[in-house]
Ligand binder design. Structure first.
Ligand code: PLP
Length: 391
């Protein structure tokens, strides 16, 4: 027996465990400190009533002979495909139902999609970024190269014609930087990918935060994207499904003349048995009139937090990305502080916890992530503390 030695090449991530340790040590030494956590990437608001009602009704369906559902199609139920086709239409994208695959979330698909690509591909990943892209490729032994996202390109790197890559990851709006590509930026990537016979793995998990008409919500809004891109998206941030689990992946038929769509279907029907009927019913309820309205209200709650934090950074003259089309704000640590130095400084002097940028890649050092997923009153309180400390 031989193990997969590629696992030895994974870098240990101590980011969230180190944060947890530092916060608990500080709390133990200063039990009176009222600590506000603006570091979490998880949602905090409950599922909306339209989703809850659909979940309850689906549970009832499972109790009756006539409406009971056993195994469903691995790629998801038709009712959810139809609802998603309608959703994409609202931002000008035409999809066929067989181009959409329902999953238990974007993270699984982002990892699993690598099954359909050869091991010898060169993979291009932005730094800093959501760590799953790097680790899933390291596990498979692929060669990973990085593109620098930094202050000079607004954390939105553009293609470099001298770099040859086969698989390109783009996350927009980005985790952790909150930066989102405009049409021209995405078009540059689509043109590069088509010219190099490369594929773009486009993570749109935060598209629901985009309000600016000039920013695409789907890569398929860009001409030429259907011949070079696969899109991953999720109900997690859109509708609070982080614990309920549902997402989707779009593999266009125009990509390699349908070859990748067929391969992904084969992969899913072989290794996956579908998302629970009950969960898919809850997900579909997001696209009803009531569902959409209620989801927008919840997103508005987080967006208000993002606005408060953005205004705070504006008033302090601190450089940042995100906050407008994203629940994340990515700020430059004041006075040249390193990410961890600033973490300690904020914890000790304002009792506010964020996430050090260094945990997301080399270019993250000197930067810091705040999130808008917290409680509104607590976020306001944190903003006041930041103003007092850094003003
Ligand atoms: N993609 C990005 C960029 C994320 O930040 C996250 C979760 O935080 C995910 C994907 C995972 O989404 P899901 O809950 O659908 O697995």
């Amino acid at each position: 027996m031989q193990i997969n030695k590629n696992y030895d090449n994974l870098e240990q991530s101590y980011l969230f465990s180190t944060i947890a340790r530092k916060v608990s040590e500080y709390s133990a030494a200063h039990p009176e400190a009222d600590i506000i956590r603006l570091g979490i990437g998880d949602v905090t608001r409950p599922l909306v009533p339209a989703v809850i009602d659909a979940l309850h009704a689906a549970v009832e369906d499972q109790s009756r002979q006539e409406t009971f559902h056993g195994y469903g199609d691995e790629q998801g139920y038709g009712f959810l495909h139809e609802a998603l086709v309608g959703y994409y239409k609202t931002h000008g994208v035409d999809l066929a139902t067989d181009e959409i695959f329902i999953s238990d979330g974007a993270k699984s698909d982002l990892g699993n999609i690598l099954d359909i690509f050869g091991a010898d591909n060169t993979v291009l990943i932005p730094d800093p970024v959501y760590p799953v892209y790097v680790d899933t490729n390291v596990m498979a032994g692929r060669k990973v190269i990085f593109m620098d996202a930094n202050e000079s390109n607004g954390f939105l790197p553009l293609p470099d014609a001298s770099v040859k890559a086969d698989i390109i990851y783009i996350c927009s709006p980005n985790n952790p930087t909150g930066a989102a590509y405009d049409r021209a930026g995405l078009k540059a990537w689509v043109d590069y990918a088509n010219a190099n016979s490369a594929v773009i793995l486009y993570d749109a998990a935060y598209e629901c935060f985009i309000e600016d008409e000039n920013l695409p919500r789907s890569i398929f809004e860009i001409e030429g994207a259907k011949t070079c891109a696969i899109e991953f998206c999720s109900f997690s941030k859109m509708a609070g499904f982080t614990g309920t689990r549902c997402g989707w992946t779009v593999v266009p038929q125009a990509l390699m003349d349908g070859k990748l769509n067929k391969m992904w279907l084969r992969r899913q029907t072989t290794k996956f048995n579908g998302v629970p009927y009950i969960v898919q019913k809850g997900a579909a309820a997001c696209f009803t009139e009531d569902g959409m309205k209620q989801i927008k209200e919840t997103l508005g709650y987080y967006k208000q937090n993002a606005k408060v934090l953005a205004e705070t950074l504006d008033s302090l003259g601190i450089w940042y990305t995100g906050g407008k089309s994203s629940p994340y704000l990515w700020l430059k640590c004041p006075n040249g502080m390193g990410s961890w130095e600033f973490f300690d400084y904020l914890l000790e002097n304002a009792h506010v916890v964020g996430t050090p940028g260094a945990g997301f890649g080399r270019n993250g050092d000197g930067f810091f992530r705040l999130t808008a997923f917290g409680d509104q009153q607590r976020t306001l309180e944190a903003a006041e503390r930041l103003k007092k400390l850094l003003g």
